[in-house]
Structures are given as C-alpha cells and as structure tokens.
Design a protein around this ligand. Structure first.
Ligand code: FES
Ligand code: FES
Length: 188
C-alpha cells in the first residue's frame, strides 16, 4: 500500500538491540547493537575505525579482513555479537610506539599498493597467514601435507593470500613485502 501523503505511523516494536563488549586493539567498547550488525559495520559505523574496508560485503574480496584472537577473519561475514570479549585487531592496532608494523613499512618499500583500498585487509591477512604457516597448516599447493616443513615459497604465499583481491594488481609488491618481512622468521 502506498502511504505517501498519509499520516501513517512509522512501524515500531520492541527493541532487539543487545549490549555487547568488543575488545578492539586492546580497548573495550560497550555497544548496544542489533544482533544482525556485522563486525565490519560495528567497527566502521559504531567505533569509527574506518581502516577496515568494505569491498564486496559478501566474503569474496578480503578487504574487511581483521584478526580475532590472532586468526584472520572476514569481518563482513561475522556478526559483532559473536565476537564479544574476543581480541580483535584491526589495521589501526598494528603500530607500536608510533612506528608502523614491519609489514606496513615493507608495503611502502616494495610498492605493495596503488589506491590502498585493499591494503589494510592484505596486511591483516598476511599477519594471520604467517601464524597459520608457523603452526604447520598446509595450503592447497603444499606438496606433502603431512610433512609440516614446507617452504615459504612464492607459490605458498600467493595461494595463502588468494582470498585478498587487489583491483590495482599490486600482487608482485604485496608478495615481495610479505616475503621480505617474514621469510627469515618462518624459514626452518
Ligand atoms: Fe568482506 Fe569483501 S568486504 S570479503
Ligand atoms: Fe588498489 Fe589493492 S591497491 S585495490
């Protein structure tokens, strides 16, 4: 029914908002939000942490990648209420004592970006990826999944970062930055 030009009352009902505490970059934030709010929207729209980007909003591009208890997740597919009291790290939380994280500096040194839109997700994803590598988790290109001593090769890095798309095509620089930052510490 068309209600334009009528005195129809806006629909109202009981609030379904919930109280939730999100721990982001070491700081607790108490919020009242609808259970349907994604972690991505909670970060950007409620907390003002706009470093985490919204690309596809459907789990396909990786632009929204953050770390939850050190594991990488796409925050557009996560409900904020599910992450109560988990340790969330975003791109804003990576610097230490005013210095960028070594991977952030390497992205500059190796031309790992052009427009920069995918970059926060690329960097958070790479940090999570390296921990997966250290933990001996194989990828689709690991030759022997039982060996647990696979190489930190370009092929492994590309495969493990394949969930993070870059429309500018800065993949060569991204790969070099990841390798330059982490190769020494993960090479066994
Ligand atoms: Fe989340 Fe694209 S915005 S995967
Ligand atoms: Fe532009 Fe990756 S630097 S999308």
């Amino acid at each position: 029914m068309d209600t334009h030009g009528t005195d129809a009352e806006p629909r109202s009902g009981p609030s379904t908002e919930r109280s939730v505490t999100l721990r982001v970059n070491g700081d607790p934030h108490r919020l009242r939000i609808e259970p349907r709010v994604s972690l991505l929207d909670a970060l950007r729209e409620y907390l003002g942490l706009t470093g985490t980007k919204k690309g596809c909003d459907q789990g396909a591009c990786g632009a929204c990648t953050v770390l939850a208890d050190g594991r990488r997740i796409v925050s557009c597919l996560a409900l904020a209420v599910q992450y109560e009291d988990r340790a969330i790290t975003t791109i804003e939380g990576l610097a230490r004592n005013g210095e960028p994280h070594p991977l952030q500096a390497a992205f500059v040194d190796h031309d790992g970006f052009q427009c920069g839109y995918c970059t926060p997700g690329q960097i958070c994803s790479a940090i999570g990826m390296v921990d997966e590598f250290r933990d001996g988790l194989p990828s689709a290109v690991t030759p022997d999944v039982a060996a647990r001593d696979f190489d930190f090769s370009d092929e492994e890095i590309k495969e493990r970062m394949s969930g993070n798309l870059c429309r500018c095509g800065a993949y060569t620089g991204i790969n070099e930055a990841v390798r330059a930052t982490f190769a020494d510490e993960v090479t066994r």
